[in-house]
Design a protein around this ligand. Structure first.
Ligand SMILES: [Zn+2]
Length: 244
């Protein structure tokens, strides 16, 4: 495992990536935690995986870049957004990015333009530089604000099979729709626009990190290893998108 400084947050905090395996292989996975600073368990379970895996042999022909905390300023301040008050998960350059927050709610401030924030730019640059096949974002859901059960949410039909595998491994239900509009979200940009495999995991924020890792920690291994028919699926979804 290699620790890499990927960039800095608005307040100048290093954003770290943990890299496992061979970057030149086909089966590359990006996993992110703590896009929202108020979801600390999403960072903790990534850190548990790093602790458990750092000295173990990593599977052949797989590469993982794990960013356990993409929003360190939000985590420190206990805010959903970053230090500029921007909801990073509304700041990605998806085709439906919108300059006004959904429902006029400042909690979803999408930034001055798509990709305006240094934390978002790190992810955009990584996707431009390396051909990640799968992106998994880990969140926790706040039942009062978002009346959804914990779930595996996916964007794009090409993502459905991995979502189902992750559901079997974790016991979380699969949903293709998170239940509310998410313009500028990472999931829409990756799954609907870039046509890559895009999974958003919503864990139960009422539970402790230890319990969440024990119950759902297998998601890492399943996501990293999954590659069956990946080429065919990506080709198929591209052809479908081009109406060929
Ligand atoms: Zn979240």
């Amino acid at each position: 495992m290699k620790e890499i400084i990927l960039g800095k947050s608005v307040k100048g905090v290093n954003i770290l990536g943990y890299a496992f395996g061979d970057i030149n292989c086909f089966n590359k996975t990006l996993i992110l935690g703590c896009i929202h600073g108020v979801e600390p368990q999403s960072k903790d379970i990534c850190d548990f995986y790093i602790q458990e895996s750092r000295d173990k042999e990593f599977p052949d022909d797989c590469y993982l870049l794990l960013i356990s905390c993409i929003n360190p300023d939000g985590l420190f301040a206990k805010t959903r957004g970053n230090a500029n008050g921007v909801d990073l998960n509304r700041n990605f350059p998806s085709s439906n990015w919108c300059s006004t927050p959904v429902s006029g709610n400042i909690m979803y401030h999408p930034g001055s333009n798509a990709g305006s924030e240094p934390e978002t730019k790190i992810i955009i640059d990584l996707l431009n530089k390396y051909n990640f096949k799968k992106v998994i974002a880990i969140h926790t859901n706040h039942f009062i604000q978002f009346p959804n059960p914990p779930m595996i949410n996916y964007d794009g039909e090409q993502s459905r099979e991995l979502a189902e595998k992750l559901s079997s491994a974790t016991g979380l239900m699969v949903h293709s729709d998170v239940g509310y509009p998410t313009p500028g979200s990472l999931g829409i940009w990756i799954g609907k626009d870039l046509k890559k495999i895009s999974i958003t995991v919503e864990l139960d924020d009422a539970k402790d990190s230890d319990e969440l890792y024990k119950k759902h920690g297998r998601l890492f291994e399943v996501a990293i290893l999954w590659s069956i028919n990946l080429i065919i699926r990506i080709l198929f979804s591209t052809l479908k998108a081009l109406h060929i």
